[in-house]
Write a new protein. Structure first.
Length: 124
């Protein structure tokens, strides 16, 4: 009888261990992801600033289109989150739908880049 009790405990522990391992494996984030979202800006200088802000570990590609006001980013969500992408961009003075740039940083942008006052696009 004691043998069966020990065997049952061992089986239960084994099932719990492997079941937990599979649950953790299922929660792993993928190594590659793509996202597109709105980033406010006006010109080529804005484009350069936005794309330079995204030149960090975990981001493999970024492209901001000044006509559509959208940025397309390829990144590794195991290294950087989508919220962090928004914060990086807001950190250099550009608003996104999820993060607003600090007014102090925004006010230091060149005049043509002040998209809140002058949201019109223009060519360089």
């Amino acid at each position: 009888m004691k043998y069966f009790q020990k065997y049952n405990r061992l089986m239960l522990l084994t099932v719990l261990f492997f079941g937990f391992g599979q649950a953790v494996e299922a929660q792993k984030l993928p190594k590659k992801a793509e996202v597109k979202f709105t980033v406010y800006g006006n010109c080529g200088m804005c484009e350069k600033r936005i794309e330079n802000a995204l030149d960090v570990k975990g981001i493999t590609f970024s492209d901001w289109d000044r006509n559509t006001k959208e940025v397309f980013i390829k990144y590794n969500p195991r290294i950087i989150s989508e919220d962090e992408l928004h914060k990086l961009i807001a950190g250099v003075g550009h608003d996104t739908d999820k993060a607003k740039a600090d007014t102090t940083i925004y006010s230091k942008l060149p005049g043509c880049c002040l998209y809140r006052e002058n949201p019109n696009t223009h060519s360089d």
